[in-house]
Ligand binder design. Structure first.
Ligand code: KIV
Length: 296
């Protein structure tokens, strides 16, 4: 198995390249991004998929869950991310309310994400229950990513954020969801908050790549929320979250250093200031001197 060195020339990631990675047993990487800066950093670090997740409702907008974010808000963030992504596959979440009313509505919102926001695929939560919509969106030439298990848009229906697929019945349903989405031709399936053993079985069963979050190491790839990766989330981390960096500490330290230097009048320095051209400075000094002498 080969690791892509950071900075090496990269090829555009497509649905086909994700499937090839699965065949080669190469782990697929995915991170969320919600603005231009994070999108550039993630893309330039050779991550395969950039997901504009509806988790931006919490990470960027400070909401309690994903339910309130709108199609227009998602589009606003997607457009910024689009400008920062070159090689990664760009997937956007269909937010709550964008596809639950009817399929026509769902297809037309998916078209907006591609046409106005530049998305290359849309992610839709739900398995068997959503497969008609998934087929219609694919029929409209828009690739779809599935998302099953702990689907955050169903938080009230699930009675909280609970690990799914713990009974035999629930495992069978998850397997049916995965197989149905696979047969419908999805680009990949996100498996969230399910036991490792179940995620492993699903990953073996379906041809399409599985991308896990809280689903153990046997998925074909892994996704993390950018703010969780960097410890920028302001809430207790879920069991599966690993902080790969501590941006909160770095940012706090930088902000406090700015405050201290401004208060001590050590920022900005003379070198950090703009200066008048020599002749203008001399002319200005002469004007000021004339004014001073008139006042004497
Ligand atoms: O919204 C999101 O960030 C997601 C991932 C956690 C899969 O759906």
């Amino acid at each position: 198995m080969s690791l892509t060195p950071i900075g090496a020339p990269r090829q555009k990631i497509t649905s086909a390249s994700l499937h090839e990675k699965k065949l080669r047993h190469e782990a697929i990487t995915c991170l969320t991004a919600y603005d231009y800066a994070s999108a550039r950093l993630v893309d330039e670090a050779a991550i395969d998929i950039v997901l504009v997740g509806d988790s931006l409702a919490m990470t960027m907008l400070g909401h309690e869950n994903t339910l309130s974010v709108t199609v227009d808000e998602m589009l606003h963030h997607l457009k910024a991310v689009r400008r920062g992504v070159k090689n990664a596959l760009l997937i956007v979440d269909m937010p709550f309310g964008a596809y639950q009313i009817d399929a026509r509505d769902g297809v037309s919102n998916a078209i907006r994400f591609v046409k106005e926001g530049g998305a290359e695929a849309v992610k839709i939560e739900g398995g068997e229950k959503r497969v008609d919509l998934v087929r219609r969106v694919i029929d409209a030439e828009i690739p779809v990513a599935g998302h099953i298990g702990l689907t955050p848009q169903s938080v009230h229906a699930m009675g909280g954020y609970k690990v799914q697929g713990k009974s035999l019945e629930a495992i069978e349903q998850l397997m049916r969801d995965a197989v149905t989405l696979d047969r419908a031709g999805v680009v990949c399936i996100y498996l969230e908050g399910i036991p490792r053993e179940v995620a492993a079985m699903i990953s073996q069963e379906v041809r399409t790549p599985t991308i896990g979050i809280g689903a153990g190491p046997d998925c074909d790839g892994q996704v993390l929320v950018f703010h969780d990766l960097l410890n920028l989330s302001f809430h207790p981390a879920a069991k599966f979250v690993r902080h790969f960096g501590d941006a909160a500490a770095e940012i706090t330290q930088a902000v406090q250093a700015f405050r201290a230097d401004v208060q001590a009048r050590q920022y900005p320095s003379d070198e950090e200031s703009y200066h008048l051209p020599k002749e203008t400075a001399q002319a200005l000094e002469m004007v000021l001197e004339r004014k001073r002498s008139l006042r004497r």
